[in-house]
Design a protein around this ligand. Structure first.
Ligand code: BGC
Length: 372
């Protein structure tokens, strides 16, 4: 009976974000060869819909509105379980939870209390993202819930002592909470033996929509004045170097593609951006902001971690086809991985990644979407 009500009902029906109803839906995504069922949870809140599968805790899709209210999937991924099992590792690790140790460990080796541990070498000559069968390949136990009225999904996985060479039985949880416009991931882990932990999520984004081409026009800002330079195998040299005067300076918003072929030695080693930036400040703070000019979509990322890996999708080579059936080529998506620095166990000057019995590893990352 009010004017506002009349105006709203007169508006043409459109599938925009204002029509989304908060909730969680579960469906069978597929089964592994041994019969293990993999479930997919579709979690919706006011202006966001996210699909998460129990295999690898993978975020399959993220649908958010553009500046005109049109929903689009901004996450790279695969349509079916078969591709995730066969092509995500080794491969791009689309959307996956990464553990026990995100990023690289030199020669897959580290020492704790005088004992040297050897991890699988799956990224010659180093160990990458927890090894050949890391957390991205495990089926997690899912428990739907809610947090202050926002739908959430808790994922649990217990990694046995010596799995992938890491010491200690490690119990890990990652809880995805979908608020009205964001995805928050709360990670927790405990161990019964001194070990190392560094968890992250490996989502790739294209804010114009997955499968629409490169992300080189996306404008990136990183709140980081320093980074950790790497050698030719992408292992940190141990230096904490200023970004000033290099193509790694994103302290001011800059299109990703502007300097990516600049010839700087670091970009040659990475075939583009594939580096760890040292985020300014401490505590839960904004690390990155990315905007895409045509859709108007904006992603901001906050975390309490000391580092963030910005990876410009350099190793996508056109051999993979994504959720919408489009080919993914070099630079068609970017990843921002909140993390401790790569190879920390072998660098005494990097913040520690050691977890001891009795301690709880806790970290939070928030991805917030808007459009203007
Ligand atoms: C690494 C890249 C790697 C990609 C996919 C990123 O986190 O930094 O070097 O190619 O993951 O495996």
């Amino acid at each position: 009976m009010t004017g506002a009500g009349t105006a709203a009902s007169a508006a043409p029906a459109r599938a925009t974000h204002s029509t989304l109803k908060p909730g969680i839906k579960k469906d069978l995504f597929g089964s592994l060869e041994d019969g293990t069922k993999v479930w997919r949870y579709t979690i919706t809140n006011r202006s966001i819909r996210v699909r998460i599968i129990t295999y690898g805790g993978i975020v399959q899709t993220i649908e958010v509105p553009d500046a005109r209210g049109r929903m689009g999937n901004v996450a790279l991924g695969f349509a079916g379980l078969g591709d995730y099992v066969a092509k995500n590792n080794p491969g791009p690790y689309f959307g996956a939870l990464i553990g026990r140790y995100a990023n690289r460990i030199a020669k897959g080796r580290f020492t704790l209390d005088g004992v040297t541990y050897q991890l699988p070498i799956n990224n010659d000559p180093n160990s990458l993202h927890g090894g050949t069968n890391g957390f991205d390949t495990k089926v997690w136990t899912a428990t739907p819930g809610s947090d202050h009225g926002d739908p959430s999904l808790r994922l649990d996985y217990t990694s046995p002592d010596k799995e992938m060479g890491y010491p200690g039985n490690l119990h890990a949880t990652a809880t995805y909470t979908i608020t009205k416009d964001s995805i928050r991931i709360d990670y927790r882990a405990t161990t019964d033996k001194k070990t190392i932990v560094n968890l992250t999520n490996h989502s790739y984004f294209n804010l114009a929509g997955e499968g629409t081409g490169t992300i080189y026009d996306h404008v990136l800002q990183l709140n980081a004045h320093r980074y950790t330079p790497v050698d030719s195998t992408l292992i940190p040299t141990g230096q904490l170097a200023p970004v000033a005067g290099t193509p790694l300076d994103f302290t001011k918003p800059t299109p990703i593609g502007d300097r990516i072929r600049d010839g700087h030695q670091q970009l040659v080693f990475g075939r583009g951006y594939d580096h760890n930036w040292i985020v300014d400040g401490s505590g839960l703070r904004q690390a990155a902001r990315v905007s895409e000019p045509t859709s108007g979509r904006v992603l901001t990322m906050s975390s309490d971690q000391p580092g963030i890996q910005f990876y410009s999708g350099n190793f996508l080579d056109g051999t993979l086809y994504g959720t919408g059936g489009h080919q993914y080529r070099q630079g068609d998506g970017f990843a921002l991985e909140t993390q401790h620095f790569p190879d920390s166990p072998n660098h005494g000057n990097f913040p520690s990644t050691v977890l001891s019995p009795g301690q709880t590893y806790r970290t939070t990352t928030v991805y917030t979407f808007s459009a203007r």
